[in-house]
Design a binder for this molecule. Structure first.
Ligand code: AMP
Ligand code: ZN
Length: 112
């Protein structure tokens, strides 16, 4: 999608600090980190949010979680959060599905 921020990052039309990339997703450093480690895992396929996924996305979402686990291991994170904000009230601000990998500090529960 031409007017989608993360599609433009995926297409390398916008600069980003890329941590990892394969044929299904790109992982970048968040521009406004909320923790010492704050990586965004962004599927290359444009889906507006988690509410738009279907059975055909099972492999993609599984791959994303396995990749998040591997990146956390490589970064020596013992504890971390993998967060998806779905919808405005949940804090979603970019409407291209993505997961936040957050680590390097203590987190509260329940989240704010
Ligand atoms: P969310 O609020 O869950 O939709 O998350 C969007 C995230 O994208 C926020 O944490 C922003 O800081 C981050 N973000 C916005 N623009 C950029 C950008 N150009 N490069 C990297 N991260 C970005
Ligand atoms: Zn997009």
């Amino acid at each position: 999608m031409a007017d989608c921020l993360f599609c433009r990052i995926v297409a390398r039309q916008l600069e980003a600090k890329v941590v990892f990339e394969d044929n299904k997703l790109v992982a970048i450093h968040d521009i406004n980190p909320a923790a010492p480690v704050h990586i965004l895992l962004i599927p290359k396929k444009h889906l507006g949010s988690l509410s738009e996924v279907s059975e055909e996305d099972v492999e993609l979402l599984g791959h994303l979680q396995v990749t998040a686990s591997r990146l956390a291991r490589e970064l020596n994170l013992e504890s971390y959060r993998l967060v998806n904000n779905c919808g405005v009230s949940a804090g979603q601000s970019v409407f291209h599905i993505h997961y936040h990998l957050l680590g390097g500090r203590n987190f509260q529960w329940p989240p704010g």
